[in-house]
Design a protein. Structure first.
Length: 222
């Protein structure tokens, strides 16, 4: 596990969203996951997906656990809404001078706040509607009013507006002699954008196909 993390430090986020803690010594991935009651196949599936830029969904239902993957996605939502985005906002407030007559500073804060509202609507819908639907599927209940394909067709990426925010800051925010704090915020926004894009890809290329397969199997059985 330590080799895996050192090779790709972005997997630290994957660990935290699976509820895995540090201090695991020289244990293997399987040993760490089993000791902390995490499905190691799901952890490896997500870790491999994020480490490799190309991914082909396998129809082997034993490749990973839908329940475990859904828990991972829920924890990711909590991370974005309760930690990552509020932390970026705090840094923006500290870095931007809103006391002047320049409207760019206020525009940046307003743009970010509107973006956070959009992300919250997006993720709360998934938490309440999509994950509840999948939990019922796992219990053998098929809905006549909802299916995962309909959700997937409307599943727009949520990292696009962060690109616009970066452009506004880079192109139009007046420079200062010491721009360390603003550059640090930009660095966090770049990381968040990449992380959100990866999160959406896990949903689109792992979660959605596995739920489609589950729907198909249940309909055949019934």
């Amino acid at each position: 596990m330590s080799d895996l993390i050192c090779d790709n430090y972005s997997l630290l986020m994957v660990m935290s969203r699976f509820g895995l803690s540090l201090g695991f010594g020289d244990k293997s991935v399987k040993e760490v996951c089993e000791a902390q009651k995490v499905d190691y196949q799901t952890f490896l599936a997500v870790a491999n997906f994020i480490s490799e830029e190309q991914y082909t969904y396998s129809e082997d239902e034993s490749a990973f656990s839908i329940t475990s993957l859904m828990d991972y996605l829920k924890q990711a939502h909590t991370y974005y809404l309760d930690f990552c985005l509020p932390a970026i906002r705090r840094k923006l407030i500290e870095s931007i001078d809103c006391s002047g007559t320049d409207n760019v500073a206020l525009l940046i804060i307003k743009f970010f706040d509107e973006y956070v509202k959009e992300v919250r609507r997006h993720m709360e819908y998934e938490n309440k509607a999509v994950f509840t639907y999948v939990e019922e599927l796992l219990e053998g209940k098929i809905s006549t009013t909802f299916n995962i394909t309909a959700f997937a067709s409307r599943h727009d990426p949520i990292d696009t507006k962060l690109k616009e925010l970066k452009n506004i800051i880079i192109k139009y925010y007046p420079g200062e002699e010491n721009s360390n704090s603003m550059n640090a915020v930009l660095f966090d926004i770049f990381n968040c954008e990449q992380d959100l894009a990866s999160h959406s890809q896990v949903e689109d290329y792992m979660f959605v196909p596995s739920v489609i397969q589950l729907e198909r199997r249940l309909k055949n059985e019934q």
